[in-house]
Design a protein around this ligand. Sequence first.
Ligand code: HEM
Length: 404
Amino acid sequence: MTTLQPAPIPDHVPPELVRHYDIYQRLHGDGDFQGWFASLHDQGYPDLFWTTANGGHWVVTRGAILSDVLTQPQRFSSRVQIVPRERSMATPPFPISLDPPEHTKYRAVLNGAFSPKVVTPLGEEAGILTNQLIDGFIERGECEFMGEVSRILPITIFMRMVGIPYEHRDKLLALVDEMIRPTQVEANDAGAGLADYARDTVRQRRASPGDDLLSRLCQATVDGELLNEDQLTGMTVLLLLGGLDTVASVLGFTMNQLARQPEKRRQLVENPELIPKAVEELLRRFPVSSLGRIVTAEMDFHGVQLRKDDMVITPTMAHGLDDREFEHRTAVDFSRKVVFHGSFGNGPHRCLGSMLARVELRAFLQAWLPRIPDFRVKAGVDLVVDTGMVVALHSLPLEWGSES
Ligand code: HEM
């Protein structure tokens, strides 16, 4: 992977707040990116620090600071969300790139797409699909979980929802992967490729509407006006980025964990009614997204001087893995009371697909655990975490049955 040369440290950044942090640096080992993030404080990283990587930006490591950034859009704008900022797309995801009050009315257009009436049947489909996928490899006694399950299940559900043909899956996955976890930080045109795909889809739906979400968005109005082609293209890009990748990534980290903790698995196999609570705890323990914001005015923020146009990265791990928010933060404890974990963000942009994500994760575990209750990560495997705005395991080889 190519990353940019370190940026010079600006005058307003005190040297004691500078630390190494490259959001695109791959991690090797047991696949526990979130545990690694939690260890930053033990290594003396401050609650809010500056890195010279990827154009130079602030990084938040505490839940309280994360909430303050995400709930104050007038001070921390979503206008730029990616580092280095030059990687921002010409047609940005929409309306996530707007701030309130404009954002609010366009978000309302998307709300109906994620109502319980829409989402509940998708959960049933996820359960059926999980069983079909398992049928394909259960006898083999092994699978590469990311390729054979994780990257197929949520995407299939999502593609049905938006009416995108299944044959486009591999092409789209490659574009989304390169956009979120680039192998080339400089000279990256995956964003343009994704926007082109979205624009073509929008044009096609406008010309011949169907009964899918994208066709309905093409008919939606805000202040009495239909959305224009750029707005619809940006909305499609947002749905692609939100729907194709995040659930797949959480599934991977969840299964890596369960594969290593037989007693947790057994708890869920013997008490399947615990699964909804377990999903919440797994979402807390394995957040995957880092959110970018741009500072709108000079300010003193948690004792640190921020300057207009500074970029701030808020890894959602900063909440769920914060020892001020959760005792024994790296332990997975299904009896833990999780009121708020921050893994779906906070403030005006908090995740619209959170109910769909929860429904899919529950349906997956309810289908998998009775059929393959005992499984493990293949011995001696070095797991690679592809990092970026959403982190994900590159692959996860699992096996079950007697050890060879
Ligand atoms: C476990 C899975 C998921 C995680 C961890 C997740 C995480 C997030 C986070 C952290 C945000 C806030 C972004 C920001 O503040 O800049 C967000 C926003 C969003 N997510 Fe998700 N997401 C997940 C699943 C989904 C799914 C399945 C969809 C839809 C298919 C989706 C659609 C969206 C949309 C549309 C927004 C933008 C909301 C807005 O700007 O108002 N997400 N998601």
